[in-house]
Design a protein around this ligand. Sequence first.
Ligand SMILES: [Zn+2]
Length: 229
Amino acid sequence: MVAAVIPQNLVVRREKRNHACSALLTAGEESEAIPENIYLNKDMISFRIKTEMKMLEKEMSVLQIVIYGNPTLTKKAEEIKNIDKIIMELAQDMVKTMHTAPGLGLAAPQVNVSKRLITIDTSIGEDSQSLIILANPELISQDGEIALEEGCLSVPNIQEKVARPFRVLVKGTDLEGKEKIIEAEGLLARIFCHEIDHINGKLFFDRLSPLKRNLIKKKLKKLAQDNKI
Ligand SMILES: [Zn+2]
């Protein structure tokens, strides 16, 4: 099982990058035959290049990542009706913010924008082929289950084991307005689930027992009082 060797935290430090990349590449190589209507990362290359070209048109900004306590994080985000200039720029800034943090994924509510937009890059900027930007992402199927430690840029200093599906199919819209269906497993599946939870107003500790959840909330309150978050 590839998932056994992948990093256990969505907020990885830079020295863990290579490990994360090689684990994910191994996962891709071992994939079975894929139905024709399913796009894997490598099929997003042309989209990636176009996106990168568009990104060059604007100086990207690093946005402020909001932390637990901000009401946008616990609100269901709005559907994106059109991929307009505002959404394009938001996506570009989110990619820059995610790479700078650094994090493997980011959802618009984390930058205080209540829109259903997510960015994911398991290479944290090292390999542009792994960049995924999706509007209105939703899980259309899932299977398997694996519990691994997770962290979140909006919940600093807390990591907990969270059970997530091992494999998912995600449907969403790319920045060209085209529908995409992406099959993901292991770490990538976990990140999709984590980011889709964000746009539904859920944080990773909402997936834990009420007892654990309350302990974490108390810890976060204490950290905030001590000005540590
Ligand atoms: Zn998060």
